[in-house]
Design a binder for this molecule. Sequence first.
Ligand code: FEO
Ligand code: CA
Ligand code: CA
Ligand code: CA
Length: 688
Amino acid sequence: MTDFERDYPNYRETPFFEHGDEPPCNTSSNRNFYQVMEARVERRGFLIGGLAAIATGLFGSSLASLSSSTALAQSGSGLIGFKSVPISFDDTVVVPEGYRFQVLGAVGEPISGDMPAYRPGANSGAEQEHQIGQHHDGIHFFPIDGSSEDGLIAVNHEYIEPRFLHAEKEGYKGVAADDSFVAYDADGKRDDDEVRMEIAAHGVSIYRTSKQADGNWAVVADPRNRKITGGTPIEIGGPVRGSDHVKTKFSPDGTRTRGTLNNCAHGVTPWNTYMTAEENWAGYFANTTQLDQKPDLPREHARYGVSTNAQGGRYGWHLAKSGADDYARFDATTTAASAIEDYRNEPNTFGYMVEIDPFDPDSTPIKRTSLGRFAHEGVVFAKPVEGAPVVCYSGDDARFEYIYKFVSEGVWVPGETDGSILDTGTLYAAKFNDDGTGEWLALAPGRNGLTPANGFADLADILVNTRLAADFVGATKMDRPEWGTIDPKTGEVYFALTNNSRRTQAQVDAVNPRAVNNFGQIVRWRYDNTDHTKSSFAWDLFVIAGGKTTSALATGGALSDDNTFACPDGLWCDENGRMWIQTDMGDIGPDYEGPLKEFGMNAMLAADPATGEIRRFLTGPWGQETTGVVSTPDGKTMFVNFQHPGAQASAEDFAAGKFGSGFPDYDGTVPRSATIVITREDGGVIGA
Ligand code: FEO
Ligand code: CA
Ligand code: CA
Ligand code: CA
């Protein structure tokens, strides 16, 4: 064992497993992360000793000069002014000295209709259709008339925890229910109203909020308040619209579908609309079609993980007792003579970025299929340039999936360009070369071998099968791409690569440099002349996350007590260029044991991209992940989400009425995802 292996003394014995993971089985003598870096460092002649030098070597010679800024980073760059908060193991929210927070928009809070009251664990489906959904994720504040005290919030609801939605109902109360449990009757059917509620608790909540006379923010009734749920009618736009892939009983001409699901992160277009991502949508469907007694799924289901088990849909919605079409459509089994008589194509209408106009409650959301079909985490737009194409980036969050870029065919015309510009253009997948260069590989008919002879009939076929097209062209398999953001000062693109416990030593490369990667890293890239339409770029790693001896910074050195973190997920640069980093280590609670224990509860940090300075800004309650962050235009009010507090509670705890977290009510009722509103006691800019 070399010195560089000391950081993982028992890593083969103590890997971090997620649900469904297999144990690492690569016992080859391939070099590990530190040996790979050591070799690179030696080649470049930067070996000075310790992780700082390794980082310098890993991150490339172009950054060696940045090590001179390390002293600046340690003394403070001026961009970040608060004092770091410590790691927390408590069921509380901790913000820095001089900061305060309040809770806003928790699950069940009414926003529309006759404003049905929140009743913990007891609301109906019809009520939830007018209440804030569950599992908050991506969020944006759309100012009304430019105000920093009045605006529309759009917030995603990624998935649900049925036991908390239905906690007081028969079949749940007092029952040993884990975080994915749903109740079935003796016939294996689900209660219709529970299914209706669960579909309604997905999607996007749009509501007005404003600062009240007492200084607190509140939900305000407004005609623009609405829910876009797992059942809302949605247009299919772009090249996939009208293709055979999306023709269903509901939409025989393939132009519409119902609902958006598993809405993780989001994006905001240059024309000020909201885009919600469809991430782990495949699990909501079941396809039991068989040939010769074996599952027989089309590639557009199989490559995305549609379940082949009759009970396999994530929450069994297709098993609703009534058999109503709104629910039966989640069964994608071939049952009829043609695709317009069943729902074999329903899963092909999911997996997109969906555009929503929050200011027009009568507008129909549109799935922008040009941006590809995969487990979209979110989307981030480059600053638009008049007369140039619109460019955006989106990651596919699954192990060994890809990062994508879309470049529009049309050009940006301020005041004229709208969402239709996203319907024509070129999708690319990223290839990261080990030498710090990279290239974008076009996923378009006739390019990079994507021809009918190779199984890609046309553009719609390529887009519906985006993952297979990216496989075919040889894109780089990444460690779970999560959020991206763009530094407004430099135009550099940052992406969080959250973790990948399954990467083996043999699969290590320069951009994914760690096997059994429990802690994740943040990659960034740049273009000549900040031109995002270019097909080549230069990249480096901003930070390899981890503990004090398992992390590395581009500027040299490693993380310290003030900023150790793991599993970066949410990433957002505010207008001043402060980069906010949110962690998702899973359902971490006080009893967690494993390699992530040293990091405490999920947290949010702030970074200065220029200096590499990072400080821990807040820590959240038990079981949650910290995800979704945005500020008002003046930077003085920040909105941050806590998703799935209490999720770590065991089935037995739930049965005993112990719900894993008290947040935010702390009154014995079920925990709720919620937004917190953060302000400074002196009224200053958050983070400064
Ligand atoms: Fe929903 Fe990739 O986090
Ligand atoms: Ca995420
Ligand atoms: Ca995540
Ligand atoms: Ca999540």
